[in-house]
Design a protein around this ligand. Structure first.
Ligand code: NAD
Length: 256
């Protein structure tokens, strides 16, 4: 199915990429919004103020909304989607526990899908990391993520998903140690977490396992934001026919 989508955050890095990939794929865009819309067109689509989102949703009835904005905005968009029953796919990261609770509440009335990373390669990385951590239980684990200098949240949403998978695969309770400074000897069960911000790097995640005179590095590098937009639009096609519920991209990615 080719969904008719609405796009939020339309003038942001990911919003522009979603509109570009949608145009390449011949996907119909019902409407696009952004907080600071000033009459701009992106990929030929007029960008409307996000204050009009709820009214546009009722008028246009898209098959799904594709959202890459910020936590507060996503929670507000999800509330409007719940009111109108329109599915929402969000790639926004940096949600608080209260934000997740609000999204789960919205999912009672509309399908809501969250994905900290819409790349297929990262889904494969998660499986590879889980397998390596299971096979090498005594090895030290360190995670390093690198993103462009405009990224707001740290560590990245993808890093948190990777850490959840590592902890799920380890019997011992682990502690996340964010960077190190001064006297900082390593405990066996800690997982070092390092966030680098530089230039225009799209997104890199590296998991290092070391022990027994050897080191294993599992690395994913995104070469273009297109990979995230493609995964989000695939998810939009999938969610358009799903009942109201709370979905995670990592659990449905293999069905796409
Ligand atoms: P960005 O800052 O370039 O764009 C965000 C856009 O959202 C901006 O245009 C901003 O004006 C808009 N916005 C913010 N609040 C708004 C509101 N209340 N109403 C309407 N528009 C609003 O950021 P980005 O690089 O495009 O990333 C956006 C989000 O997507 C971040 O949370 C980022 O971590 C995440 N991201 C996720 C993936 C993934 O695969 N899931 C990939 C890349 C980025």
């Amino acid at each position: 199915m080719t969904p008719r989508v609405a796009v939020t955050g339309a003038t942001g890095r990911m919003g522009r990429t979603v509109l570009s990939v949608a145009r390449d794929r011949g996907i119909d865009v019902a409407f696009a919004v952004n907080r600071d819309a000033s009459g701009e067109h992106v990929e030929g689509v007029p960008v409307r103020p996000s204050a009009e989102f709820e009214a546009l949703l009722d008028e246009e009835r898209p098959d799904a909304v594709v959202d890459f904005t910020g936590p507060d905005a996503t929670v507000a968009f999800a509330g409007a989607c719940a009111t109108s029953g329109v599915p929402l796919v969000t790639g926004t990261t940096g949600f608080s526990e209260a934000d997740v609770a609000a999204l789960e509440e919205a999912s009672i009335d509309a399908p809501i899908l969250v994905g900290a990373n819409f790349s297929r390669g990262v889904q494969a990385l998660l499986d590879a990391v889980e397998s390596a951590v299971t096979d090498l239980p005594e090895y030290d684990v360190e995670l390093t993520e690198t993103h462009h200098d405009g990224k707001r949240d740290a560590p990245s949403g993808t890093a948190k998903v990777i850490l959840d998978r590592i902890e799920g695969a380890r019997d011992a309770a682990s502690e996340r140690v964010h960077g190190r400074e001064g006297e900082a000897p390593r405990d066996d069960d800690e997982i070092g977490v390092h966030a680098r911000r530089a230039g225009d790097i799209t997104g890199e995640h590296e998991v290092l396992l070391a022990g027994n005179h050897e080191a294993l590095e599992l690395t994913h590098r995104a070469g273009s934001r297109d990979v995230f937009a493609e995964g989000a639009l695939d998810a939009a096609a999938w969610i358009a026919t799903q009942p109201a519920d709370y979905y995670r991209f990592e659990t449905i990615a293999s069905q796409l």
